[in-house]
Design a protein around this ligand. Structure first.
Ligand code: SAM
Length: 216
């Protein structure tokens, strides 16, 4: 991976692997990770794999996972997680905007809490479209733009100030559902829900989990 393509967020990497990731697991994110990956088979590419928290949940029908992660500290942890995965996982450096793979080479692509952080959502989604085989599935679990105008205002405010700086480039208010469709995918299933459910809602609580298909 060229130096300009690396994503370096060592503080966030530590926070994610030691605090935020485990806190989300305690809040029940594991169930959503399982739903995200249920029923997958064949060759899968996962972009923004982080420290590999999805790897344990790939079903045995998956024959290979190419896990792309640009942040070096998270990638090193993902390599460890790959060793314990129930299916073959190869961890590589790279960015979602330019997936290091040939066109039409995967049966499915997975994005999980990643499209909030990529520098260019449209480029990432069109490149996932490129590497999927015709009829291939995009599985997504992402936090997105809120329904309520008031919360959208909060999202715009935090996204323009401190949130991306503290959270490794994450943005709370992206309209990821529209971005998936704008990249040429057809959404075939979508569940929208708050997670985690807290008394005071977080700007990153509006989630979507679903499937989109690359046409022919
Ligand atoms: C919140 S973490 C989620 C990690 C993992 N997907 C999970 O569910 O545990 C966001 C991830 O997106 C990655 N990321 C940031 N920019 C990226 C890009 N342009 N391409 C691919 N991944 C990216 C980060 O390095 C980080 O691993």
């Amino acid at each position: 991976m060229a130096a300009q393509e690396a994503v370096r967020h060592p503080v966030f990497a530590r926070l994610w692997s030691k605090a935020i990731g485990p806190a989300l697991e305690r809040a029940g994110v594991t169930e959503h990770r399982r739903r995200l990956l249920a029923g997958l088979s064949g060759e899968v590419v996962e972009v923004g794999a982080g420290n590999g928290l999805n790897f344990a949940h790939y079903p045995p029908e998956v024959t290979r996972v190419l896990a792309v992660e640009p942040e070096p500290d998270l990638r090193a942890l993902a390599e460890e997680a790959a060793g314990a995965a129930p299916v073959p996982v190869e961890v590589v450096a790279g960015r979602a905007e330019r997936v290091p793979a040939a066109e039409e080479s995967f049966d499915a692509a997975v994005v999980c809490l990643t499209l909030c952080s990529v520098a260019n959502q449209h480029a990432a989604l069109t490149d996932l479209w490129r590497v999927l085989r015709p009829g291939g599935e995009l599985r997504f679990f992402e936090h997105v733009q809120a329904e309520s105008p008031r919360m959208r205002q909060v999202q715009r405010a935090v996204d323009a100030t401190f949130w991306p700086l503290l959270a490794g480039g994450c943005h709370t208010g992206r309209d990821t559902r529209s971005a998936i469709e704008a990249a040429g995918f057809t959404i075939t299933g979508l569940d929208a829900f708050p997670f985690p459910e807290t008394r005071v809602p977080s700007p990153s609580a509006s989630h979507i989990l679903g499937t989109a298909v690359r046409g022919r």
